[in-house]
Design a binder for this molecule. Structure first.
Ligand code: GDP
Length: 651
């Protein structure tokens, strides 16, 4: 028997079993696949006895206790009848029910009595018990206490230029480090897989490349902890390597470089390191802080070292999660599978997912029927950073959707229905993201005073010119962040990156690739195309100024005094005033002051000289006025008129 098998039998995590073994001084069991002797198995069984199932209270012999719906087949057994006998009796009572149908309680009671039984019906708690707050597991606090946190495996994605070996590396690591086929299981592609290296685990996301990476981010699923940038040493840093670096930087994930294909005669590790330096990634062995691992996906050389370095990075990142809370995580992909219904490949971010949990996942929900690991083994639980295939959802969730555990079906269904309704609404209204016009609106939060750009130009030269000019816009108040700058038309990746980071896309002498306009619209990303550099810079400067809260300046333009109040029953009270200083305009704002205190501030509804509307009244002139929503003026009140100006701040 292996560690994970006994763990499964006892409903434990393998690591609990391992911890117990180590506590007992048994150190040869290293991971969940380690075989155990019978003695060790017995020791674990003793250490974690299964709670004895409470023996169901035996009903007295002539009493039938039924729980939940009364089904013909089961009821027949309880009455010691054959199902068809019961069906016949029911027919005599004008009830036509098949073997799997339910029987009305009253009818069942009559039948029970007829056969000398009394029927007691216990309603199923979940269906009928009045739902009180106390019946539901208490809400968990969203923050974990530091003492509940435990180290979790890092989640790693491979990024890099096409053909540099991302898929080959993933496959090589899987083939050499995953014990495939154990327990009759077949290695499954479930969106991610976990390898064990020196007793510690690493989870690799199965879909390499920054398109998938950023698409997940755009949907809010920031799963990756460490991005491994794969560069082929016979080819060097290429445009998509640069893009990958920029995408990883935008996501603020930790980066590590795999220098692949070192087995090839044309491989030149130092040349690639120099190129990386030019991209701002300084190799660690050259005094920088980026770990570079020479590897070969073909021969497997350097792969152990790469895994060690990933674990080292993970240690430095202090990745932790609370395994003892309800699970939360993300869907990587989902589909309908024949014989299984909707299946979702998910990665647990925190907590432990268990069979039987009620999951809600955007507008989908369901009770976890089964969990299948990357080795094709049915598991009962999945802890932080683990990937599993989840069976039991009622429909197919979107990739990137977040899932949570709900206290019961009712809550999960209600939440799903609410989100379905919201989704329908969203289909009608466009998504809200940064647009230039939005950004022109003053925003007050600190976060808002950052302008993020994705920059695309026709040639490297103009790209550099634009970057230099943008860099020369000096501002201490608004930060300009270029998430990505690249040569070529605006692509779907650019849109997804902008969408994930709330950025706008600026194109210079470039266009949009086919279909990208529609995608940008769907994602609510603004794309702006320019062919004249100073227009581009002017616009950006304006946007940056627009991000600043304008200063408000008030200028007092005149004063008046209330001399008499006229009560016009229909229109309310009119203040008969004398302009005592300056001038009054009908559009000015006004403050009413009494004994030095301001008792009202607002606007004028009407300003009249004699019977006529007046736009302006000057010092020494009499006038009548009504204020908006205020008529408690009294003779002697002083009215102060002022204008408000918004003054744009300088950068
Ligand atoms: P991806 O596009 O980055 O996923 O690259 P692939 O993994 O599909 O690899 C592209 C090609 O490079 C394939 O033909 C691989 O066999 C080859 N390849 C990948 N890694 C290595 C390596 O370490 N050495 C050699 N010689 N070839 C490799």
């Amino acid at each position: 028997m292996r560690v994970h098998e006994i763990a499964r039998e006892l409903g434990l995590l393998s690591k609990d079993v391992l911890a117990k073994l180590h506590e007992q001084g048994i150190s040869e069991a290293k991971n969940h696949m380690s075989p155990l002797t019978q003695e060790q198995v017995d020791l674990i069984r003793q250490a974690f006895p299964r709670p004895a199932a409470p023996a169901p209270a035996e009903p007295p012999p002539n009493k039938i206790l039924v729980r939940g719906p009364i089904i013909v087949k089961e009821f027949a057994e309880q009455l010691h009848l054959k199902p068809n006998q019961l069906i016949a009796e029911l027919m005599m009572m004008n009830v036509f029910a098949s073997i799997n149908e339910r029987v009305d309680l009253k009818i069942a009671q009559q039948l029970a009595e007829k056969h000398g039984f009394t029927l007691e019906h216990e309603k199923k708690t979940i269906e009928h018990k009045p739902v009180t707050k106390a019946a539901e597991p208490a809400e968990e606090p969203s923050e974990d206490r530091p003492e509940d946190l435990a180290a979790r495996p890092p989640i790693v994605t491979f990024l890099g230029h096409v053909d540099h070996g991302k898929t080959s590396l993933l496959d090589k690591i899987r083939n050499t480090h995953v014990a495939a086929g154990e327990d009759g299981g077949i290695t499954q592609h479930i969106g991610a897989y976990t390898v064990t290296h020196h007793d510690r685990q690493i989870t690799f996301l199965d879909t390499p490349g920054h398109a998938a990476f950023t698409a997940m981010r755009a949907r809010g699923a920031n799963l990756t902890d460490i991005a491994v940038i794969v560069v082929a040493t016979d080819d060097g840093v290429m445009p998509q390597t640069r893009e990958a670096i920029q995408h990883a930087q935008a996501a603020k994930v930790c980066m590590l470089v795999a220098l692949n294909k070192i087995d090839l005669p044309g491989a030149n590790v130092d040349r690639v390191k120099r190129q990386l330096q030019q991209e701002g990634l300084n190799p660690e062995d050259w005094g920088g802080n980026v770990i570079c691992c020479p590897v070969s996906a073909l021969t497997g050389a350097g792969i152990d070292h790469l895994l060690e370095m990933i674990l080292l990075q993970a240690e430095m990142l202090e990745l932790k999660a609370n395994p003892r809370r309800r699970a939360q995580g993300y869907v990587i992909e989902a589909r309908i599978e024949p014989g299984m219904g909707p299946t979702a490949h998910i990665v647990v971010k925190r907590g432990t997912l268990k069979v039987g949990d009620v999951v809600s996942c955007g507008p989908c929900w369901g009770r976890v029927k089964a969990l299948i690991s990357d080795q094709g083994i049915k598991v009962r639980t999945a802890g932080p950073s683990m990937a599993v295939k989840l069976l039991g959802l009622t429909s197919v969730p979107d990739p990137g959707a977040e899932f949570q555990i709900q206290p019961n079906d009712r809550v999960a269904r209600a939440q799903a229905e609410k989100l379905q309704a919201e989704k329908r609404m969203q289909a009608i209204t466009a998504p809200k993201r940064a647009t230039l016009d939005d950004l022109m609106q003053p925003l007050t939060t600190k976060e808002a005073s950052k302008l993020r750009l994705v920059l695309k130009a026709d040639v490297q030269g103009s790209l550099e010119a634009i970057q230099n000019s943008l860099g020369s816009i000096k501002s201490t108040k608004v930060q300009l962040e270029i998430l990505l700058s690249g040569v070529g038309n605006i692509t779907g990746n650019d849109v997804l990156l902008a969408s994930a980071s709330n950025a706008i896309i600026i194109g210079f002498h470039v266009g949009l690739e086919d279909g990208i306009g529609a995608l940008a619209k769907r994602e609510g990303v603004e794309t702006r195309l320019y062919s004249i550099i100073y227009e581009l810079l002017d616009d950006i400067r304006q946007v940056m100024v627009g991000l600043l809260e304008p200063t408000i300046r008030q200028t007092v333009i005149g004063h008046a005094e209330v001399r008499e109040v006229f009560d016009l029953t229909k229109k309310g009270k009119v203040a008969g005033c004398m302009a005592t200083q300056g001038h009054i305009t009908s559009r000015a704002r006004v403050r009413v002051k009494r004994a030095g205190d301001t008792i009202y501030e607002g606007t004028l509804v009407s300003l009249k000289r004699f019977q006529n509307d007046a736009a302006e009244v000057h010092e020494g002139q009499e006038c009548g006025m009504r204020l908006d929503n205020f008529d408690a003026y009294a003779p002697g009140d002083v009215l102060e008129f002022f204008e408000v100006e918004k003054i744009a701040q300088q950068l």
